[in-house]
Design a protein around this ligand. Structure first.
Ligand code: GDP
Length: 364
């Protein structure tokens, strides 16, 4: 599965957000730095209205959304790369994530202490980015030392690694995150293996005040500008409101959202924004037993998409009976789509499209 790490300075609303996400009160939010000591891991269903529509047509007994993992990562402070606060643990946890959801305090509240004594989300973002870059520089130095002998011995992989590490080092010493490095096609795999922290895509989560979650405020506007300039993305939510909504029944939640002037819960937007940031898409399997959503990266071929369900599906792949989502709906289900000639037999070279309803045929 895909994993997003929730990071941010202490007291910005990470735990509140994480609680809302996982609908648990387990990770206690408190007005105290380092409240979240253990990294908390939560799996959330990715909301997708299409799945419910498919299930209704097929009269599926159960509905299983695709899932995404969120990791609430312990508070970071200035100096974390030097081992201050919970620095090292933080850095190890973040290395394992696919992307970073960076919570920024955009709400004013005199009762909630800010570690630097002022609300300035752009400066906060820079503080954390700087720590990530310093940590990268340190790990690059260590790794360069570690491969010296292999490089001398002419080991091809080590030579490639050294070249990439040095390019990243130059970039970082220039004060820029490693994600700005342009990497050749041939180097992409090795580059990803380096797992540098400042290469992770970032989704800025602007945590605004309760009455501001529809439009945002001046703080979130500045974050939006910064995110656009970096090629990252952002969402505006109020963690506190999301936590309240997460405790309501579905129909109550809908009424609450209407009263607030919101089209949907901020968490739904957050999860989807993460999905887009990672270039993920969804295909469906639909039957009377269950309607289920599956996650793939954009550009995945049919056999590899089948492999998400089970390795055997990929190994023994024969073909996939495929109906586009719109056709499935328009034809009122599988048999209608079949009659209308909208069910396609697709082979190994088929690139699965977002929304495809798939039925895989395979040898065992
Ligand atoms: P963390 O240290 O980043 O995990 O922050 P927490 O989630 O523990 O929140 C720190 C404090 O800020 C808690 O007292 C929360 O109730 C409060 N808080 C979180 N989000 C909001 C918000 O949107 N508005 C206000 N006014 N307070 C918030």
């Amino acid at each position: 599965g895909f994993k997003m790490g929730i990071v941010g300075l202490p007291n910005v609303g990470k735990s509140t957000l994480f609680n809302a996400l996982t609908k648990t009160a387990a990770a206690q939010a408190a007005n105290f730095p380092f409240c979240t000591i253990e990294p908390n891991v939560g799996e959330v269903g990715v909301p997708d209205a299409r799945l419910d529509k498919l299930a209704a047509i097929a009269q599926s007994k159960s509905i299983i959304p695709t899932r995404m993992t969120f990791v609430d990562i312990a508070g970071l402070v200035k100096g974390a790369s030097k081992g201050e606060g919970l620095g090292n643990q933080f850095l190890a946890n973040i290395r394992e994530t696919d992307a970073i959801a960076h919570v920024l305090r955009c709400f004013e509240d005199g009762d909630v202490t800010h570690v630097d004594g002022r609300v300035d989300p752009v400066a906060d973002a820079e503080t954390i980015e700087t720590e990530l870059m310093l940590a990268d520089l340190e790990s690059i130095e260590k790794r360069l030392q570690g491969i010296v002998r292999k490089v001398r011995g002419g080991d091809k992989e080590a030579v490639q690694q050294e070249r990439l590490l040095k390019a990243a080092q130059e970039m970082l010493e220039d004060g820029k995150p490693a994600r700005l490095l342009e990497v050749d096609e041939d180097d992409v795999k090795a580059w990803k293996m380096l797992q540098l922290l400042s290469t992770k895509p970032v989704l800025y989560v602007c945590n605004v005040g309760e009455s501001e979650s529809a439009e945002g405020n001046d703080h979130s506007a500045k974050v939006a500008e910064m995110a656009a300039a970096q090629g990252n993305s952002h969402v505006i939510i109020s963690a506190q409101i999301e936590e309240e909504i997460s405790q309501l029944e579905d129909d109550e939640a809908i009424m609450f959202l209407e009263e607030m002037g919101l089209a949907e819960a901020g968490l739904d937007r957050l999860i989807r924004a993460g999905y887009e940031l990672l270039h993920l898409e969804t295909y469906f399997t639909v039957g009377p037993k269950e309607a289920r959503a599956w996650t793939i990266r954009q550009g995945t071929m049919a056999p590899q998409a089948a492999g998400v369900i089970h390795g055997d599906f990929e190994k023994g792949f024969i073909r996939a009976e495929t109906i586009a989502y719109e056709d499935y709906i328009a034809c009122d289900g599988e048999s209608g789509a079949k009659e209308a000639g909208k069910m396609r037999a697709e082979g190994k070279g088929y690139e699965v499209k977002d929304g495809d309803v798939m039925h895989f045929l395979f040898n065992t």
